[in-house]
Design a protein around this ligand. Structure first.
Ligand code: F6R
Ligand code: MG
Ligand code: MG
Length: 371
């Protein structure tokens, strides 16, 4: 039996600057996806938000890149945009780069991560969603989870994983992709994905049988629009257990913070903070960049649900085990903020989303003298 998990997200407007998606927008999305369940288009869903990004998690049987599913997401974001405009929310319709839907939501602004799976006897899934950062933010934890035996014990002690994993890496500059296998090509993989601004992991398969186990959204909004029009806050879908990394191994890299690109004006290095849905909101210096992790079980083509038909979804970072990472993130945030606009707090010139430098240089053009 084939089941598809689609996570499609967009920033269509938020309450008080780029802070959170307020209740009226979440209600619109819930209404729209409930109708889609009644019509039999999707089997179950969860609406949530990662900071100012409205996240639609949908489970269905229409496969990846389904026109109907993408149209549903687009229509939902349009409806929410209307409401955001009516309420004069900030950045209403920010990620809606096109006016008319053309069959596939990719390249139109919203971010997409989709995975079609052959349902196993039991299929635990984790969805990660981050705000104020970019797709490269997943490189480090995904490497730890699927290639680092110091993180994932299963790489050493579960024979299903002994052959390692294959990583598809996207070059956002040349719009090309390459597949590298670990452990054999580990150093080459790190060589690429260490450059988080350019390369991002887009898919991962188990090497023994090519079982797909991770997909991420890799949209680069600034590359799509040719200019900065919001950060490419990413999502990822990761499959767990029974010959794949365990849920606990998938969460282990988040015991500590690490640095990601994004934060204020998409132009700073910031410490990533794993948070519960309750704390999924950016504040200080529009951050620090945050990530939520939601876990659920796929059951006969749907999200396993309770007796009232409500999908059962675990808020995995809602746990004191991640307090240390959060404290580290706050500490690192203050260290970096003390540096103001001096590198390395600020991104390198070519990675900055906003920059005044060309204008500054223009005003100084005639004042620069040969040395
Ligand atoms: C970063 C982000 C915010 C804004 C910042 C300025 O991804 O969304 O940090 O860049 O608040 O926003 P504007 O230019 O809309 O005033
Ligand atoms: Mg925003
Ligand atoms: Mg955002």
């Amino acid at each position: 039996m084939k089941t598809t998990i689609s996570v499609i997200k967009a920033d269509v407007g938020s309450l008080v600057g780029h802070h959170i998606v307020p209740a009226p927008l979440l209600e619109i999305a819930e209404g729209s996806l409930s109708r889609a369940v009644d019509e039999g288009l999707i089997s179950s869903f969860k609406v949530f938000h990662a900071g100012d990004d409205l996240e639609l998690l949908m489970v269905h049987d229409r496969g990846e890149r389904s026109r109907e599913i993408h149209a549903l997401a687009w229509k939902t974001f349009q409806e929410a945009t209307e409401k955001a405009k009516e309420l004069k929310l900030y950045g209403a319709g920010q990620d809606m780069l096109k006016n008319a839907f053309s069959g596939n939501i990719r390249g139109m602004g919203p971010g997409v991560a989709e995975m079609e799976i052959e349902e196993r006897e039991s299929d635990p899934i984790i969805v990660f969603a981050a705000d104020k950062t970019s797709p490269g933010a997943f490189n480090y934890p995904l490497f730890r989870i699927f290639a680092d035996p110091m993180n994932t014990a299963g790489l050493v002690i579960d024979s299903a994983m002994l052959d390692g994993f294959k990583f598809e890496v996207l070059d956002s500059k040349l719009n090309k992709r390459v597949v590298l296998q670990c452990p054999e090509e580990m150093y080459k993989l790190i060589g690429l994905i260490g450059t988080v601004s350019r390369y991002s992991i887009s898919r991962i398969w188990r090497a023994t049988d090519d079982q797909l186990c991770t997909v991420t959204s890799t949209t680069k909004l600034s590359l799509l629009a040719g200019k900065y029009i919001g950060k490419d806050d990413p999502v990822a879908v990761v499959r767990a257990q029974h010959g794949l990394p365990a849920v606990g191994e998938i969460l282990a890299p988040f015991l500590h913070t690490y640095f990601v690109e994004g934060w204020m004006r998409g132009s700073h290095w910031g410490p990533l903070m794993p948070v519960s849905l309750r704390d999924s909101k950016c504040t200080a210096f529009d951050g620090p960049p945050r990530m939520v992790a939601l876990g659920f079980q796929i059951c006969n083509g749907r999200i396993a649900s309770d007796k009232n038909n409500i999908p059962m979804v675990a808020d995995l970072f809602d746990d004191p085990a991640f307090d240390l990472a959060r404290q580290e993130a706050v500490k690192m945030a203050t260290v970096f903020r003390r540096m103001g606009e001096f590198q390395p707090a600020r991104l390198s010139e070519e990675s900055m989303e906003y920059t005044m430098l060309p204008e500054i240089l223009k005003t100084l053009k005639d004042r620069f003298k040969p040395t």
